[in-house]
Design a protein around this ligand. Structure first.
Ligand code: NAP
Length: 249
């Protein structure tokens, strides 16, 4: 029960890694608040987590995120742990990359995440912790990944600065960077058929030294560790949950 009575906000908590983490926080006593865009999966997630509350809010829409934080301020008065996990993908070779693709990925994965942290901070204090979701894609060569790699690499760079600025306030800030994880994200790549997704999965498994996809629950275990007091001497870390892919692949 590492999170007993803690207020936990999971931004992007209605699917995949975010949902598994929201469920794991709640299983350890956390009071979960979660966001996403899709109302049906938000409702389903909240229905499955005792005492949870959900918000439909596009993280790229700073006013929508402001409204979420304002409501948590009014109803809960504080945030103890913030997990900023919302993210989108999409592959385009450099010759095909459009400014709109770039802006969409960066609006969610980098700009949205940074300003979600900024907004939540006014409800956080000493002992608080922030975890964000990076990706090995921010550190490795993946063809067609220019926009995503830049956004996730940028998030890593931004978090180091934020972590440094918040040390004196007693708020820890860390990144979890997954490798290939079996989540709905795989099926959300624009223009990919079912066969394309199967080929992509096979290619990813081939690149993983452990020769399998990771599970969302395995990433959630790392998120909870970094968010918990067990990681009391850890800030500005980037923990890879990737079956050895980055270092051994
Ligand atoms: N799966 C992998 O292999 C992998 C590898 C490395 C890193 N990651 C990262 O892990 C994180 C979670 O991804 P996942 O694999 O669990 O995929 P997922 O199941 O597609 O979950 C993505 C989450 O982000 C939310 N989200 C996306 N765009 C949003 C927006 N504009 N505003 C608010 N919420 C938004 C989604 O909500 P809706 O469903 O309502 O849109 C959902 O909760 C992402 O940051 C992703 O980049 C994943």
């Amino acid at each position: 029960m590492r999170f007993k009575d803690k207020i936990i906000l999971v931004v992007g908590g209605n699917s995949g890694i975010g949902l598994a983490s929201a469920q794991a926080f709640a299983a350890e006593g956390g009071i979960v608040r979660l966001t996403g865009r899709d109302q049906a999966t938000i409702d389903a997630a909240v229905a499955g987590i005792d005492g949870a509350r959900g918000y439909s809010a596009d993280i790229a829409d700073l006013d929508a995120m402001e409204a979420v934080i304002a409501d948590i301020a009014a109803q809960d008065g504080r945030i103890d742990t913030l997990f900023v996990n919302a993210g989108v993908g999409g592959f385009a070779p450099i010759r095909d990359l459009t400014p709109a693709d770039w802006d969409h990925v960066h609006g969610v994965n980098l700009r949205g995440c940074v300003f979600a942290i900024q907004k939540a901070l006014r409800l956080m204090g000493r002992g608080g912790s922030i975890v964000a979701t990076g990706s090995i894609g921010g550190h490795a060569f993946v063809p067609g990944n220019t926009a995503y790699a830049a956004a996730k690499g940028g998030l890593y760079a931004a978090l180091k600065v934020i972590a440094g600025e918040l040390v004196s306030e007693g708020i820890r800030v860390n990144l979890v960077s997954p490798g290939p994880i079996e989540t709905p994200l795989l099926h959300r790549n624009p223009g990919m058929s079912g066969a394309d997704v199967d080929n992509l999965r096979e290619a990813m498994i081939a690149a993983v030294p452990m020769k399998r996809m990771g599970r969302a629950e395995e990433v959630a275990l790392a998120v909870l560790f970094l968010a918990s007091e067990e990681a009391s001497f850890i800030t500005a870390a980037n923990l890879f949950v990737d079956g050895g892919t980055l270092e051994l692949g």
